[in-house]
Design a protein around this ligand. Structure first.
Ligand SMILES: *[C@@H]1O[C@H](CO)[C@@H](O)[C@H](O)[C@H]1NC(C)=O
Ligand SMILES: *[C@@H]1O[C@H](CO)[C@@H](O)[C@H](O)[C@H]1NC(C)=O
Length: 859
């Protein structure tokens, strides 16, 4: 009954991207640290008051460099310093930093891909060599930032002791491979660090170890397992950033998280406190209360890494529940090999609440860009421990420099991030058609017509930026910039047709149909204006008819749009592999005469929003609204879990939920999620938190996009459906402008009934309303970790529907289920109070319950 195994893969995991090293209180007083704002005449302070000094005096020669300023400040930047100034190198140049000790150093490089003077961000390709080690090669911060959906990038390296008085860091444009390439950097930190590394056992090769202490390395992942984001300020010793591990968990069984009781004091004993902060050791993830389930699965994390490198994997443990040896014993696997059999944290540490760490080294061979590192835990049943369980508190993965002194991997390629359709065999268009048996293949409909217009204007006004979820549309009245300042258009416009089809993979090509321009012209009556149903950043959207009767929506690239050939290809690659009843499908494409055209399902009833408010259409009955929400939730659930990698939609809103001729909800615009045409679109710098109505507040705080950002946006959608008002309405009194804030406020005060759509008054059963509103409220939790997964949301909505339709039977079901659940919980040893089951109570993070309740009812 387990749902399909899944790989959670957030693009952000290709490499670790650090949040600015804020509040380095300890280190800026450290005399040896250099904290440089590059290309800045006077330096300055960042948001934490940390001082950055100018870089000029460390340049061996500044002849071939330019001091430049970024023209646009992305709202995700934590502060102008060091990102708004840059040192640009048009040819090789070297910094020479004096070293005062023979220790290891952190070298952190900060990059903000943006246009600098006349240089476009996508023309920067360069290598960086430090102390003889190649850190980056042919590096494009622009490609990397897009792939990782980050506004800026921080790369952290730990350089092996140099035994020299100077550290030379050389920037070299890769002009041999990219003509006109330049190099740049915004900030450099050189910070002495303690000797954190020693020899690590090589997994699978007994008696062999890697002398990590003498190697340079790149930080790839640093996770506070079962816990929350730890900011550099809360890791004062070394100002590191620790991330939540949940985006890397594999499979539906993600165990349970827990936190040590307040009275538990973590004792470092022989281990230096800088190894990892208390916050890491006070939280953990274990397998769960049921020994039978634990015996039958591995608690697994999956990481995308570069091939042909050895990785140092550091496991942090701290047992704050068990006290004796042989209570919790487990095996540790890395890439299917046993790294450690019969791991027993208490045996290592000697007692409760004493942290330990273990290092293992693993070589990952070259695998054509799809290399992964799997870390798995399983109870060691052979030694009959008291409980069948496993635990992990923290995990760090470092890439070790190879024999050639290299640490550089390739830039992430969009294609390696595309899902490899696992759930369904790819269908060719012909098959699709025949299985659908002439059923009208729907369409993108009025796809966010206004929304996309807004987005287009924004895109043109600013140039390099990430797409931000919820680039709001209809509330144009409050968007400050519109239409004016059509300044820079990126040069990535259409560069000729021949490149397109040659680069579309075979799989994508046979999943989608290739249309001739003549067919498209016939379908749209030669692009007749009367056929236009929307205008987007990409160009216009037309409705049309192909094959005599099949209605389609046709997106035609505007030759001057920002949409480049690469984005066009990416969209085809991605969309052609996604097929789901609740996702709008790509039918095919046309590339002829420099045209780039995409053909989608036609959605007869347009967007969900146009049926909710500001409309003269009939008001949707409650049950239908609920079913639409359930359909959309299914589509999102599929994006998050159904494909090989997690796809984060990033722009969940009521104009991206479309309705076909049978009122089936289909999520649209997801193809643009990561690498699509809107990547370059901007948002408004003055509005950050939640101003767009659907925006996950955590996204801005942490710069980390997870599927929980979609859950947040979906929570806003749920309230929008219930209250029939826009996510933002600037004409309302201040406290009511944001629907998310207002609905939460009313919900907490028990006044929600007063703001629901008057047309629904008296039509919603009380229990159903409660379930629905509770679910929406949980989606809007401030912290991603407190929000339910999309699977939980779906389950709760299904449940709400049953409460509406059939309250009696459901209550019985629920009772027996809850009994079952609490018994399980009670069986959960004596961990009791110190354990928080993630997703708690009736929202139990439980795929089993989900499928039990859902499947028998044939939903
Ligand atoms: C757990 O992983 C190990 C190593 O890859 C594998 O041998 C074992 O079969 C897995 N166990 C389960 C229950 O999946
Ligand atoms: C792997 O790395 C070594 C250097 O350690 C290099 O010589 C070799 O060419 C690389 N192999 C591939 C397939 O990239």
């Amino acid at each position: 009954m387990h749902p399909k195994a899944r790989v959670l893969f957030s693009l952000a995991c290709l490499c670790v991207v650090f949040i600015p090293v804020s509040g380095l209180k300890g280190s800026d007083s450290t005399p040896n640290s250099l904290i440089l704002s590059c290309g800045s005449a006077n330096g300055g302070s960042d948001e934490n008051g940390r001082k950055w000094e100018p870089d000029t005096k460390y340049l061996v020669s500044s002849d071939n460099s330019i001091m430049a300023s970024a023209q646009y400040q992305d709202p995700s930047l934590p502060s102008a310093v060091p990102y708004m100034s840059a040192r640009i190198f048009t040819s090789e140049a070297t910094y020479k930093f004096p070293l005062k000790s023979a220790k290891r150093y952190w070298l952190r490089l900060h990059f903000y891909p943006s246009a600098y003077s006349s240089l476009a961000s996508d023309e920067a390709f360069f290598s960086v060599v430090a102390g003889g080690v190649t850190l980056l090669n042919n590096f494009s911060s622009s490609i990397t930032a897009q792939a990782l959906t980050q506004g800026y990038i921080i790369r952290e390296f730990s350089l092996a002791p140099l035994h020299s008085d100077n550290l030379n860091v050389t920037f070299r444009p890769n002009s041999n491979t990219h003509s006109g390439a330049y190099a740049f950097v915004n900030g450099i930190e050189v910070i002495p660090m303690p000797d954190l590394f020693e020899a690590a056992t090589v997994v699978g090769i007994s008696d062999q170890s890697v002398e990590a202490g003498s190697l340079s390395m790149q930080t790839m992942f640093r996770l506070n397992v079962g816990g929350q984001y730890v900011s550099p300020t809360n890791d004062s010793e070394l100002s590191r950033t620790w991330y939540d591990d949940s985006p890397y968990l594999f499979g539906a069984s993600s165990g349970v998280t827990s936190m040590a009781d307040n009275n538990v004091k973590i004792q470092y004993k022989d281990m230096p406190g800088y190894v990892a902060p208390v916050d890491v050791y006070k939280t953990s993830r274990s397998m769960g209360p049921d020994p039978k389930i634990n015996e039958n699965y591995n608690l697994t994390w999956v990481f995308q890494v570069d091939g042909n490198f050895t990785y140092l994997v550091r496991f942090h443990f701290c047992e704050y529940q068990m006290t004796k040896i042989n209570q919790r014993v487990f095996d540790i696997y890395i890439n299917n090999q046993t790294a450690m059999a019969r791991a027993d944290v208490i045996a290592w540490s000697g007692s409760k609440a004493v942290p330990v760490y273990k290092d293992y080294a693993m070589y990952v061979p070259d695998g054509q860009g799809d290399e992964q590192l799997w870390v798995a835990l399983h109870p060691s049943t052979s030694v009959k421990p008291m409980i069948y369980d496993a635990i992990l508190n923290g995990l760090e993965i470092f890439k070790l420099s190879d024999a050639a002194g290299n640490l550089a991997g390739p830039n992430p390629t969009p294609s390696s991030m595309l899902l490899k359709a696992e759930p369904e065999k790819p269908k060719s268009f012909a098959q699709t058609k025949s299985t659908d048996n002439g059923k009208v293949i729907g369409a993108i409909g009025g796809v966010a017509s206004l929304g996309v217009v807004a987005a287009l204007c924004l895109a043109v006004s600013y140039q390099r930026k990430r797409r931000v979820p919820g680039s709001e549309s209809q509330s144009s009245n409050w968007l400050p910039i519109y239409g004016n300042s059509r300044t820079t258009v990126s040069k990535s416009t259409i560069s000729g047709k021949s490149t397109i089809s040659s680069n579309i993979s075979n799989e994508a090509a046979c999943n989608s149909r290739h249309f001739t321009l003549a067919e498209i012209k016939l379908a749209t009556r030669n692009f007749d204006e009367s056929q236009v149903i929307g205008v987007g950043g990409f160009g216009k959207v037309y409705k049309g008819v192909v094959d005599g009767t099949t209605k389609v929506a046709i997106k035609r690239s505007n030759p001057s749009s920002e949409q480049g050939v690469n984005e066009f290809q990416t969209e085809i690659e991605m969309l052609s592999k996604l097929r789901h009843k609740h996702l709008v499908s790509l039918i095919g494409y046309c590339e002829e005469n420099d045209e780039m055209i995409l053909v989608y399902d036609y959605m007869a009833y347009g967007t969900l929003r146009e049926h909710l408010y500001k409309t003269n259409k009939p008001h949707l009955p409650w049950k239908q609204r609920l079913e639409i929400c359930i359909g959309a939730a299914r589509g999102l659930y599929y994006l998050h879990t159904g494909a090989k990698y997690t796809i984060i939609h990033r722009d969940v809103k009521t104009t991206n939920i479309l309705l076909d001729e049978k009122w089936v909800a289909k999520v649209s615009d997801f193809g643009l999620s990561k690498t699509g045409p809107n990547m370059n679109q901007s948002h408004v710098s003055t509005v950050v938190k939640g101003s767009f109505g659907y925006l996950d507040p955590e996204y801005f705080r942490r710069q980390q996009l997870t599927e929980k950002s979609d859950v947040y946006s979906f929570g806003v959608v749920l309230f929008e459906v219930l209250c029939a008002r826009p996510a933002l309405n600037a004409s309302l009194p201040k406290e009511q402008v944001s629907l998310a804030d207002w609905a939460l406020h009313c919900q907490r005060k028990g006044l929600l009934e007063e703001i629901i759509d008057p047309h629904l008054k008296g039509k919603i059963k009380a229990e159903c309303l409660k379930k629905f509103a509770d679910t929406a409220q949980k989606c809007l939790a401030d912290q991603g970790i407190d929000r339910p997964s999309m699977g939980d949301v779906l389950w709760n909505l299904e449940f709400a529907l049953q409460l509406q339709e059939n309250p009696e039977t459901v209550k019985l079901d629920l009772q027996s289920m809850e009994n079952d659940t609490s018994e399980n919980l009670r069986n959960n040893l004596s961990i009791g109070s110190s354990t928080e089951i993630s997703g708690a109570s009736d929202d139990l993070n439980s795929s089993e319950i989900f499928s039990q309740i859902v499947n028998p009812k044939g939903r």
